[in-house]
Design a protein around this ligand. Structure first.
Ligand SMILES: C[S@@+](CC[C@H](N)C(=O)[O-])C[C@H]1O[C@@H](n2cnc3c(N)ncnc32)[C@H](O)[C@@H]1O
Length: 352
């Protein structure tokens, strides 16, 4: 039976009251209740009489306080075996807290737009979605913000190539690549609501001339021969249905589940031009899931790529004059990212 708003709200309140905040399993259960409640509240067809601004204000005050206290009381341990896949408990707390804070009362539900100022000259207005609207594409992730910053400040030079972006989410990375002079950026993701929002952000940032959004689901490319098994968008295939290949492919935080280590390399293999100068730029969030990172890195080598450059980033890499952007990117002093530049391994790949 589907859970109603009333029953989900009641269970959450009693869960919050009875939970021992030092016990990660108990905290995780309450965080799960909050996630379910937010999902119910975000459904377009939930009558607004089911919940009103009093419920929301309770969640925003008591719920946020409870999450803050639980975060402090609970050790930042790895709870990656949880039902939410590779996200740690602290990451789930951060996501649910932001979901609560960004939810508006019924009748005035609006999406949130955030201004990202990367350098004095380069910024982007990025609309984010409601918590339950778009799974992991609902917000701009720190890995995406870092990659956009590296492109904006010239650390990461993508040239004037046509670029393919995988898992674009809200679109911040592709939009900044377009603003920095890419010939064209094809920004891709797999859920309608995410694609629609990324398209909205491309328009809002006046990048329509050299950025477009289209569907690309990694699950289409999961065999070793790396051929498409379904129809491809015209942006990814010629009218003769040949796959279009790119000299440059980018992606931020696209390997956040173990299975992505299997899914993403075949996609890269399919769409990367076979040439010495072809390049892949990725930023991964290091979530303490060492196995997931190692697995992905091994799969990339197996697929025929080699690491051209690799660098880890933490807040310590940001100088005094970069503290504003560092605060906007990093969710905490312990957050770490890994930037990779891959190319074809010329000893295994047949290059032109
Ligand atoms: C953690 S988010 C990162 C989004 C964005 N790059 C950023 O950094 O803000 C991962 C993205 O990968 C997308 N994704 C997950 N599985 C996918 C699949 N099978 N095919 C295409 N995109 C997928 C999600 O929809 C989401 O937008």
């Amino acid at each position: 039976m589907e859970e109603t708003f009333d029953s989900a709200f009641d269970s959450l309140v009693s869960g919050m009251l009875s939970c021992h905040k030092g016990d990660p399993a108990a905290v995780e259960a309450v965080v799960g209740q909050m996630e379910s409640l937010l999902k119910i509240m975000s459904l377009p067809d939930v009558p607004s009489r089911d919940w009103d601004s009093n419920h929301l204000s309770y969640l925003q005050k008591q719920g946020t306080q409870w999450l803050n206290a639980a975060e402090i009381s609970c050790p930042a341990q790895d709870t990656r075996e949880s039902q939410a896949g590779s996200l740690s408990l602290h990451e789930r707390i951060g996501i649910v807290r932001k979901g609560i804070q960004t939810m508006s009362p019924p009748g005035s539900r609006a999406s949130l737009a955030k201004k990202w100022v990367f350098t004095e000259e380069i910024s982007a207005d990025i609309r984010e979605l409601g918590f339950a609207d778009a799974a992991y594409g609902w917000q701009t992730w720190s890995g995406g913000a870092l990659m956009a910053y590296l492109i904006a400040n010239g650390t990461l030079s993508l040239g004037e190539n046509a670029i393919l972006e995988l898992g674009c989410g809200t679109g911040v990375v592709g939009i900044i690549a377009a603003k920095q002079g890419a010939k064209h950026v094809v920004m891709t993701d797999y859920l309608d609501r995410i694609l629609e929002n990324a398209g909205f952000n491309v328009q809002a940032n006046q990048c329509c001339e050299n950025a477009s959004v289209c569907l690309l689901d990694w699950r289409q490319f999961s065999n070793a021969e790396a051929t498409s098994t379904g129809p491809l968008s015209p942006l990814l295939a010629t009218p003769q249905k040949d796959i279009i290949q790119f000299k440059c492919i980018i992606g931020a935080d696209i390997c956040y589940e173990i299975e992505h280590g299997k899914l993403v390399p075949p996609v890269l293999k399919t769409f990367l031009e076979r040439s010495d100068s072809a390049q892949i730029h990725l930023v991964s969030t290091l979530r303490g899931d060492v196995f997931g990172t190692t697995f992905f890195e091994a799969q990339m080598l197996e697929a025929g790529f080699c690491v051209v450059m690799q660098k880890d980033y933490s807040p310590l890499d940001f100088g005094d004059d970069q503290q504003d952007i560092a605060r906007a990117i990093f969710n905490g002093p312990d957050q770490r990212f890994r930037y990779y530049r891959y190319g074809w391994d010329s000893s295994t790949a047949q290059l032109n």
